[in-house]
Ligand binder design. Structure first.
Ligand SMILES: Cc1cc2nc3c(=O)[nH]c(=O)nc-3n(C[C@H](O)[C@H](O)[C@H](O)COP(=O)(O)OP(=O)(O)OC[C@H]3O[C@@H](n4cnc5c(N)ncnc54)[C@H](O)[C@@H]3O)c2cc1C
Length: 323
């Protein structure tokens, strides 16, 4: 029992790229453990397993059930537990997406085992212990966690590891699992859209324009949206604006929000405290707009504009649009 299993999250037709990242890391862990890399591919309609194999999986456990068409955690918990019991892996990796974060504790609970949430590093030590690394104490330290329970579950942040490459023609085994789902205990009644920005996938954005407490009122997000739209980018925010309900939580960048790595990150009226930096400091290029020349964000910025965002942002947008 030294296999590593990756939960291949999907929306019914596309596999979430975090699963490819986990396959890359999972292969390394499985090699160190002397085990195999497996994947659990569960969905409402049958999905091809070939790419999971070409990206490193030795075996794919594929299960289909009509009820899995809706992303309901209790249904997924039931079938993933079934697959884990059949495959008997030592380590189970789940992407720390909204769905993964909600599913993983339910699975851990059902298996009466441990879960380390939101890992940013994974390793196997010399005694073959699974080492789960994650920020702790507001990101000031990196905790190395080893668990005594088995199997061991970890959720892993998106965009931390590179995606596993494709080895064309690689062969592997596909096991079609007969799933049994008990009584329905949860139903999706309605899907509500977020107040601003609807569904946003900040982690995939090439450009993020983010606002902080320099913004004086909710309506002023229009300035930020205008600039973001020039780049076809996404709008981010520091935590206080999310806590005030000005924008949905999916837009929060930082330690307790999203970790992003866009080509360009424009921070408008954000001071640059460590919890915010934890989510964006790896961006390729950081541009900071802040009225305080001593704001810590400037220590991390490639370009800094000292000024009032209410003047700088619209002017920048105008010039970029050539107006
Ligand atoms: C456990 C924990 C987790 C946290 N997680 C997160 C997280 O995930 N993400 C996050 O962002 N925060 C997080 N925080 C909060 C964090 O500590 C800071 O409070 C927050 O990042 C500050 O947000 P801010 O920079 O927008 O506000 P402030 O620190 O108040 O900064 C506002 C900035 O705007 C500038 N400004 C003001 N007016 C203007 C203007 N007109 N034009 C230009 N600039 C202007 C000011 O000079 C200042 O630098 C967390 C805190 C804790 C304790």
């Amino acid at each position: 029992m030294s296999d590593v299993m990756v939960f291949a999250e999907n929306n019914g037709n596309k596999i979430h790229p975090v699963s490819y990242e986990l396959l890359g890391k999972g292969k390394e862990l499985a090699d160190k453990l002397g085990g195999e890399l497996t994947a659990a591919l569960l969905s409402g309609t049958s999905l091809p397993a070939g790419e999971l194999i070409e990206r490193g999986a030795d075996r794919v456990y594929r299960g289909t059930a009509e009820r899995l068409a809706e992303p309901i955690e209790s249904s997924y918990r039931e079938v993933l537990v079934q697959v884990i019991e059949e495959a008997n892996p030592e380590v189970i990796l789940i992407g720390a997406t909204n769905f993964g974060r909600s599913l993983a504790p339910r699975v851990a609970m059902a298996l009466d085992t441990s879960l380390t949430a939101d890992c940013t590093g994974l390793d196997i030590d010399e005694e073959k212990n699974f080492v789960q690394i994650r920020p702790a104490f507001s990101g000031n330290i990196l905790a190395h966690i080893k668990s005594r329970t088995s199997p061991q579950l970890a959720t892993v942040r998106y965009r931390v590891f590179p995606e596993a490459g494709i080895e064309e023609g690689k062969e592997g085994e596909v096991i079609d699992v007969e799933l049994s789902l008990g009584g329905e205990d949860t139903k999706q009644v309605e899907v509500l859209e977020e107040r601003r920005g609807k569904k946003v996938n900040l982690e995939d954005a090439e450009v993020v324009v983010a606002a902080g407490r320099g913004l004086k009122k909710e309506e002023d997000f229009e300035l930020i949206e205008d600039l973001a739209s020039f780049f076809d980018g996404k709008v981010g925010a520091s935590r206080p604006l999310v806590d005030d309900g000005w924008i949905g939580r999916a837009h929060q960048v930082g330690y307790s929000g999203r970790r992003v790595k866009p080509r360009i990150y424009i921070a408008c009226g954000i001071s640059g405290q460590s919890q915010h930096l934890a989510g964006m400091k790896d961006s390729d290029m950081i541009i900071a707009i802040n009225s305080d020349p001593s704001a810590p964000i400037f220590d991390y910025a490639d370009y800094g504009l000292v000024g009032d965002l209410y003047e700088v942002v619209p002017e920048l947008t105008r010039q970029l649009k050539g107006e």
